[in-house]
Design a protein around this ligand. Structure first.
Ligand code: FAD
Length: 504
């Protein structure tokens, strides 16, 4: 990439970079997004996968963030009903952690801070009568239920990249920014991809490098100070076990240390348990779930579950690094704000660099709008906000009714096993028909792999979603890797996928 300059270079293909690229391109800017690895290969693949208001943030009086996040649940349900759906949470009473009155007050606020259309209200429940009680210790009688939303985080990133691309943005994966030089009017970024070096000239740089944001800011020397000081890295880990019997809802368990731990239904056959808050200072790329974190999560879940879990039950574990906004007055990493902060620097001569610090998957769209608001003075004639009412690719399901849409698919593709069709519909929404294409019988889908993946879908992901390795396909575009791992055939599945990828 050489020659003329573009309006915006977005560094980082996580949810925030992809969201900004889509918003900016749709408002008429020329945009290039560069990601050093695969899309969503940083923190955005390792979240708890919730579009949530964040009930516990109320305890830290983060009303602005909670209101915005609660509102986004409804927006995202409309925009992407294939990868976002309502999830009921059960919060059993826990002696000595929080009083019922305090929880009731928190849930009242949660119900009323933002308009709800499709999200039901919270209520008190009897765990002896409610089916959710089956997974819990039999002496647990009382609790509450409330609703948030589930999201496939890695696919949310890819769908935003696709939206950006459909609006004219260039998406470059496996492309790393190694230097940033500010000129009078434009930045010159050095990009390294596949051993080759190129240059990209851009009026404005958006640093959306998440936990790497201080390192990217340091590439442009005059920006390093403010960002480095504002970023605090906090690791969070999850463990995955086979689906806990009876646990079809999400659970919010209060731990003895006052933290809360999620126990969530995951990928039809699994339960996801997380998370932890561990401050780190090393490279975000080295973050891994430690034995202590595993033990912590098992103990937190076992306080409430009817059938205790052990280390032997764990089929997968992963860790991600939260790029949080530092606050000198706050020691406890769980208490650090999950809100975002934008640092605009170096714009005296017309070129600018905007660094994103913090943020959540839930609020990425609002964050992108805030970025556009900050950059608007630099781009006279910038188009208006547009993303709230625009479905993400595959999200144009009539009335957002995924169940009805699925019924139609079952009639149309009666030859396909329903679990495979469901997996396709969840991943691609209305795009499932493009994946199936001219296939008329199961054999036409090619080799069948775990998790409803087929050779035909692998080829589609390579052609349309920037997937270039087996890992991209098995762990981010799909979770087929997890299904293969569960069956002890992870390596065989990976090599089948590799064989389907051109030049892999
Ligand atoms: C354990 C955990 C649980 C969470 N749960 C939730 C949740 O349930 N709901 C929620 O809303 N939020 C949740 N979050 C928060 C959310 O995941 C993060 O805020 C969000 O993913 C951050 O996205 P990002 O785009 O800023 O960063 P990232 O996803 O890390 O993206 C930054 C990207 O920049 C790239 N990059 C870095 N340097 C360069 C370079 N020099 N050149 C090119 N590319 C570069 C990286 O490879 C990376 O992909 C959770 C976070 C954690 C850690």
């Amino acid at each position: 990439m050489t020659g003329g300059s573009i309006d915006l270079l977005v560094i980082g293909g996580g949810i925030n970079g992809a969201g900004v690229a889509a918003d900016a391109a749709g408002r008429g800017l020329s945009v290039c997004l560069v990601e050093q690895g695969d899309l969503a290969s940083g923190t955005s693949q390792a979240s708890s996968k919730l579009i949530h208001g964040g009930l516990r943030y109320l305890e830290h009086f983060e009303f602005r963030l909670v209101r915005e996040a609660l509102f986004e649940r409804e927006v995202m349900l409309d925009r992407a009903p294939h990868i976002v759906w309502p999830l009921r949470f059960v919060l059993p009473d826990a002696d000595g952690v929080r009083s019922r009155l305090r929880i009731r007050a928190g849930l009242f606020l949660y119900d009323h801070l933002a308009r709800r259309r499709r999200i039901p209200a919270s209520r008190a429940i009897d765990l002896m009568a409610d089916p959710a009680g089956r997974a819990l210790r039999s002496d647990l009688r009382h609790g509450f239920s409330y609703w948030d939303c589930w999201v496939d985080d890695a696919r949310l990133v890819v769908l935003n990249a696709r939206l950006a691309s459909s609006q004219g943005a260039t998406i470059r994966t496996r492309t790393r920014v190694t230097a940033l030089e500010r000129g009078d009017e434009v930045w010159t970024a050095t990009l390294e991809a596949g051993g080759r070096r190129e240059f990209c000239r851009a009026r404005v740089v958006v640093n959306a490098a998440g936990p790497w944001a201080d390192r990217v800011a340091a590439l442009a020397r005059d920006n390093a100070g403010p960002v480095g000081a504002q970023l605090r890295l906090v690791k969070g880990s999850h463990i995955v076990v086979p689906r806990v019997a009876g646990a079809e809802d999400g659970y919010l368990f209060q731990n003895v240390d006052g933290r809360v731990v999620f126990v969530l239904p995951f990928e039809t056959a699994f339960t996801l348990i997380g998370t932890t808050d561990v401050p780190i200072s090393g490279s975000p790329a080295d973050a891994a779930c430690s034995a202590e974190e595993e033990a912590y999560l098992l103990a937190a879940a076992n306080r409430f579950l009817a059938q205790p879990l052990s280390r032997d039950d764990i089929v997968w574990r992963f860790a991600g690094v939260r790029p949080l906004l530092a606050d000198e007055g706050v020691e406890n990493p769980s208490a650090l704000s999950r809100d975002y902060h934008l640092v605009l620097a170096g714009h005296s001569a017309g070129s600018a660099m905007l660094t994103i610090v913090g943020g959540k998957v839930t609020t990425y769209r609002r964050l992108a709008e805030a970025v556009m608001d900050r950059l608007a003075p630099l781009f006279p004639g910038l188009g208006p906000a547009w993303t709230a009412s625009r479905p993400l690719p595959g999200g144009d399901i009539p009335n957002g009714d995924f169940g009805l849409y699925m019924e139609g698919l079952v009639r149309l593709y009666a030859w396909m096993p329903e679990p495979m069709l469901l997996a396709l519909a969840r991943r691609h929404g209305t795009g499932a028909r493009d994946v199936i294409g001219d296939a008329r019988r199961l054999e036409d889908m090619g080799a069948l792999l775990p998790g409803g993946l087929s050779a035909r879908e692998v080829r589609y992901l390579v052609a349309n979603e920037w997937a270039t390795t087996a890992e991209d396909i098995l762990w981010r575009r799909t979770k087929a890797g997890l299904h293969g791992k569960m069956r002890g055939i992870e390596e065989a599945v990976a090599s089948s996928v590799r064989a389907l990828i051109p030049s892999a």
